[in-house]
Design a protein around this ligand. Structure first.
Ligand SMILES: Nc1ncnc2c1ncn2[C@@H]1O[C@H](COP(=O)(O)OP(=O)(O)O)[C@@H](O)[C@H]1O
Ligand SMILES: [Mg+2]
Length: 174
């Protein structure tokens, strides 16, 4: 039987995680995979037309993703977590939830995969991809995206097996 998979994407803003996910879902063997994404949820909270970000909503978003992840994995569905997931601390609760679910089903084989979008883009290129030439994206100015990119870049820790991953791969060219 094929293992149940949790795939955790790792890469800074505009490194191509969502593009990777889009291509991944196009493959017939992945058509039933569920994608969890804080950005998608933020758009959802704005009714699909506004990107909603606030401290009040962020704490619920975090918990909602954790909760959903546990539920889908427990049902044997494959999950891709499309977030920046830059460091061990941010990845840990999601790996833990997967371990908790998978260890509860001793006869199920599972895979907790890290896929790293190799950091090939400069901050300027990343900003061009996110904001184009309009100087903003999703209601936030480029300066805010740039600040977030630098903050995340400083946090970056490559994934390691001792975090609980069973597979670690890198993809480039995004
Ligand atoms: N290989 C690529 N070449 C050019 N543009 C790309 C490439 N991959 C993604 N993009 C574009 O760059 C932007 C950011 O990509 P996206 O996948 O949304 O990044 P992330 O989800 O990592 O923030 C999107 O507009 C996307 O269409
Ligand atoms: Mg994205």
């Amino acid at each position: 039987m094929k293992p149940t998979e949790l795939t955790i994407l790792i890469g800074n803003i505009a490194s191509g995680q969502t593009e990777f996910t889009r291509r991944y879902l196009q493959r017939p063997e992945n058509k039933d995979t569920v994608v969890l994404s804080k950005d998608a949820m933020r758009w959802g909270l704005g009714g699909g037309y506004k990107y909603k970000w606030s401290e009040d909503t962020e704490k619920h978003i975090h918990k909602s993703i954790l909760d959903s992840m546990g539920r889908y994995l427990a049902d044997g569905m494959n999950v891709v977590y499309d977030e920046t997931n830059m460091n061990r601390e941010t990845r840990e609760p999601f790996i833990d939830v997967a371990k908790l679910v998978f260890n509860g089903f001793v006869h199920t084989s599972f895979d907790i995969r890290a896929i790293v979008l190799l950091p090939t883009l400069s901050v300027d290129e990343a900003m061009r991809r996110r904001c184009g030439y309009s100087g903003e994206a999703w209601g936030f100015p480029e300066s805010r995206w740039r600040e977030a990119w630098h903050r995340k870049n400083r946090l970056f820790e490559p994934p390691s097996y001792d975090e609980g991953f069973t597979t670690i791969t890198s993809v480039g060219g995004f």
